[in-house]
Design a binder for this molecule. Structure first.
Ligand code: FAD
Length: 494
C-alpha cells in the first residue's frame, strides 16, 4: 500500500492550500518544497486579496466574482494576516475617463457580495488627507475596498494548519523524479540524501516551475501551455501618513499600486513582462525600477527616484496560455488538468491562480479527485487559520490584551506580533516578564524567543526565512544584527 494518499510538489500558496484542505478531509498528505515555504512567487505578490478591477476590462467576470466573494471569507479566516484596505484612484483624464472608472467600480461593488467591506465613494482630494501627497491637478478621486495580506505568512500558516491535521510538510526537499505505476514512486532529495516514497495521487503545484517539473521530474510534457510573466516591486521610505493605498493608472494602460508597507515604508508595484529562464533567478531590472519610480512620480508631489529604493523584489507568474497575444491580457484565472488512465495513478496539474483564489482552487482540486478518494464535504470556508480565531476587526483588542501581558514591549512591536501570530502570540512569548527573558535580541524587534518559535513551529532554517518571509524585519536590521542572527540560527536550526 502507498505510504501517502496525496503527494504535492510545491510549497507555494496553491500547494499548501491543497495540502491543508486534503489533510482536513482525512487524506494522508505529503508536501515537498525544494527551498523554503513561499520562496517562489507566493512571497513576491502585490499582497492584495482583490477582485482585480483591471480584469473587468478583459471581461474576466467569473474570476472577478469568485475573487471578490473570497475577500470576506479569507478576512474571517485570517484576520491577523489580512486587513481591509481602502484604495484611492485619482482619475487621469488622459488615461482613464472618470465615467469609465465609475462604471467599473459600480460593478466591482456589486459583483461579489459585500457584508463587511464598505462601498465605493467619491472624494474631494483638495480637502482630504489622501489628496495631500498628490499633485494639485488631482482634485477628486474614488475610494473603493479590497484587502491586504501578508502573502508569505498566509502560506506558512496554511502549512502549519495542514501539519496539525496530519500532513507531512518537507521543506528543502526536492522531488527529482516521479515514476507512475498504479501508485506514484517519488524520488526526493534533501541535504544530499535520496529517499523514495509512494503516493496514490500526485499534484504538480510548482507554480512557474510547473512545465519544468513536468519535463524533468515527470518526464512527460505538461498537458497545458504556460506563459511566464515577471512582476517587480520596489519599497521606499513612507510617501504618505495614512493607511489607504493608491491605484494609479499608468501611461501604458496598466495600473501601479502604492501601498502602506511595514509601518514606515511604501511598496510600489508591479511591472508585467514576459520572462524566460529559471524563475528563481528573477530580479528587478533598473528599467523596471525607473518605470515604477516614474509611474508614481506622475501623481505624487515628491519625486521618487531609484536612489530612494530600500528593497526591490521580483516574482514570476505562471499564466495559463489561453492564446491571447499579449502577456498583460493573458488570463489570471486558474486551470486544473487531471490525467488518469486505467491502472495508472492520477496526476493533477495546477496552472495559474491568485493568492486571492487559492482556497477555491484547493476545493476545485479536491473536487477533481473526489471520485478517486472517498472525500468528506468541503470544509475550509468557515474555518480559521492558526492564530486567526478572533473577529475580523478584533486585532486592536488583542493588542490591548497583549500590552497587559507583556507591558515591556513597545506598542509598535506588539502590533506587528499580533499581525503575525494573532491569538497564538502567547506561544511565542510565553510568560516572559521582561525583555531579557526573550533575549538575546537582534535589533529592537526580533527576540531569540520568536526565532526559536519560528524554527520549531514554522520550518524557518535560515536568517532569510525569518527576515524576509516569516517577517519583513530585514527592512529594520542592520548588517551586523543580521550577521548575529545568521550565527544564532546556525546553532539552533542545525
Ligand atoms: P509558487 O509560490 O511559485 O510555488 C511553487 C513552489 O514549487 C515554489 O516554492 C518552488 O520552490 C516549488 N518547486 C518547484 N519545483 C519543485 C520540485 N521539483 N520539488 C519541490 N518543490 C518544487 N495574486 C493575488 O491574489 N494578489 C496579488 O496582489 C498578486 N500580485 C502578484 C504580483 C506579482 C508580481 C506576481 C508574479 C503574482 C501576483 N499574484 C497575486 C499571483 C500569485 O502570487 C500567484 O498566483 C501565486 O503566488 C502562485 O502560487 P503557486 O503556489 O502556484 O506558485
Amino acid at each position: 500500500m502507498a505510504e501517502f494518499d496525496l503527494a504535492i510538489i510545491g510549497g507555494g500558496i496553491n500547494g499548501v492550500g491543497i495540502a491543508r484542505d486534503a489533510a482536513g478531509r482525512g487524506l494522508r498528505v505529503l508536501l515537498v518544497e525544494q527551498n523554503d515555504l513561499a520562496s517562489g512567487t507566493s512571497s513576491a505578490s502585490t499582497k492584495l486579496i482583490h477582485g482585480g478591477l483591471r480584469y473587468l476590462e478583459h471581461g474576466a467576470l467569473r474570476l472577478v466574482r469568485e475573487a471578490l466573494a473570497e475577500r470576506e471569507v479569507l478576512l474571517r479566516m485570517a484576520p491577523h494576516l489580512i486587513r481591509p484596505m481602502r484604495f484611492v484612484v485619482p482619475p487621469n483624464p488622459n488615461l482613464y475617463a472618470a465615467s469609465r472608472l465609475r462604471l467599473g467600480l459600480f460593478l466591482y461593488d456589486r459583483l461579489g457580495g459585500r457584508k463587511i467591506l464598505p462601498a465605493t465613494r467619491t472624494l474631494d482630494l483638495t480637502h482630504h488627507i489622501v489628496g495631500a501627497p498628490l499633485k494639485r491637478r488631482y482634485r477628486f478621486g474614488f475610494e473603493y475596498s479590497d484587502c491586504w495580506v501578508d502573502d508569505a505568512r498566509l502560506v506558512v500558516l496554511n502549512a502549519v494548519d495542514a501539519a496539525e491535521r496530519g500532513a507531512v510538510i518537507r521543506t528543502r526537499t526536492r522531488c527529482v523524479r516521479a515514476e507512475r505505476e498504479e501508485s506514484w514512486r517519488l524520488i526526493l532529495k534533501a541535504k544530499g540524501q535520496r529517499e523514495v516514497v509512494s503516493a496514490r495521487a500526485l499534484v504538480n503545484a510548482a507554480g512557474p516551475w510547473v512545465a519544468d517539473v513536468a519535463e524533468t521530474v515527470l518526464r512527460a510534457p505538461a498537458p497545458g501551455r504556460v506563459r511566464l510573466d515577471k512582476g517587480s516591486h520596489i519599497v521606499v521610505p513612507r510617501l504618505f501618513e495614512h493607511d489607504r493605498g493608491y491605484l494609479l493608472p499608468t501611461a501604458d494602460r496598466r495600473v501601479v499600486f502604492a501601498l502602506p508597507f511595514e509601518r514606515d515604508f511604501t511598496m510600489i508595484g508591479t511591472t508585467d513582462a514576459e520572462f524566460a529562464g529559471d524563475p528563481g533567478s528573477a530580479v528587478p531590472t533598473l528599467g523596471e525600477i525607473d518605470y515604477l519610480c516614474d509611474s508614481v512620480s506622475e501623481y505624487f508631489r515628491e519625486r521618487v527616484g531609484s536612489e530612494d529604493v530600500v528593497w526591490a523584489f521580483a516574482g514570476v507568474r505562471a499564466l495559463y496560455d489561453d492564446g491571447t497575444g499579449n502577456v498583460k491580457d493573458t488570463t489570471r484565472d486558474y486551470q486544473l488538468d487531471l490525467q488518469e488512465h486505467f491502472h495508472e495513478a492520477p496526476l493533477l496539474t495546477v496552472y495559474g491562480g491568485k493568492i486571492t483564489t487559492y482556497r477555491r482552487l484547493a476545493e476545485a482540486a479536491l473536487g477533481r479527485l473526489r471520485h478517486f478518494f472517498k472525500l468528506s464535504a468541503e470544509w475550509t470556508s468557515g474555518s480559521t487559520l492558526p492564530g486567526g480565531d478572533f473577529v475580523y476587526d478584533g486585532a486592536d483588542a488583542l493588542v490591548t490584551q497583549a500590552r497587559q501581558s507583556w507591558p515591556f514591549l513597545a506598542e509598535s512591536n506588539l502590533r506587528r506580533l499580533i499581525g503575525a501570530y494573532g491569538t497564538r502570540l502567547g506561544r511565542v512569548l510565553g510568560s516572559a516578564r521582561d525583555r531579557n527573558d526573550l533575549g538575546p535580541w537582534f535589533g529592537d524587534e526580533l527576540s531569540a524567543a520568536e526565532v526559536r518559535y519560528l524554527v520549531r513551529h514554522e520550518w524557518a532554517r535560515t536568517a532569510e526565512d525569518v527576515l524576509w518571509r516569516r517577517s519583513k524585519l530585514g527592512l529594520r536590521l542592520t548588517q551586523p544584527q543580521s550577521n548575529e542572527l545568521v550565527g544564532f540560527m546556525a546553532n539552533i536550526a542545525g
